[in-house]
Design a protein around this ligand. Sequence first.
Ligand SMILES: C[S@@+](CC[C@H](N)C(=O)[O-])C[C@H]1O[C@@H](n2cnc3c(N)ncnc32)[C@H](O)[C@@H]1O
Length: 241
Amino acid sequence: MRAAGCVFAENEAELLIAAAPTASDLARLVDQRIAGLPLERVLGWAEFCGIRIAIDPGVFVPRRRSEFLVHQAAVVTQPGAVVVDMCCGSGAIGAALAAVRSIDLYAVDIDPAAVACARRNIHDHVYQGNLFGPLPGTLQGRVDVLVVNAPYVPTDEIAFMPPEARLYEAQVALDGGADGLNIQRRVVASAPLWLAPTGTLLIETSGRQAAHTADMISHAGLKPNVLSSDELDATVVTGIR
Ligand SMILES: C[S@@+](CC[C@H](N)C(=O)[O-])C[C@H]1O[C@@H](n2cnc3c(N)ncnc32)[C@H](O)[C@@H]1O
């Protein structure tokens, strides 16, 4: 595996050995990995915030940097909070928050494969559809925590992403439009309608895009705050009334 370019060959080999019931299964898993299939796809799960998240083909693999979004969301999440995981993908963010806080969790994704995967990781309220469209109207004005890791890669930059993303994740999971902010813009514009009076919006973005994300939040009538983690190379912008 090292000869094939796997940087963490020993660690990965241990995971594959643990995942393979027989020697021939192990040979198949190693072949898949050497052929370039992302480790999480070979294993069928990713570790995120210390828990295992099931990952199905084509579904976005939760990134380590998004643990910062979960940590920041946990800070503002009270027991019993209504939480929406918007653009949930595998449901990793909501599931990780639910692992540390007792919450009433709702999750939405437009991609049927992501929704099916999220239903393996989150046991209630997973909806398929466009942003807020499928959520019950009764949640309007009642969302305590709106947590968002929407696509934010500018369309022209997708070609420069690592092959694990470019080749194995759905375009809809990556493509944020010309400036990368199309989906964020739409989420932020609707956020005030859904947030509870004391609710918090939290959006993952890039350091480069953070000022634009914060501007959008201001234009929507919310007060933005930019938070970042050098350790995780992560940026989150929050918005409150
Ligand atoms: C960058 S991935 C993040 C997934 C997940 N939040 C995570 O961090 O692992 C973005 C997700 O947004 C979903 N998505 C894109 N456009 C959407 C839309 N209009 N409505 C709902 N979900 C959307 C994609 O299908 C994808 O699963």
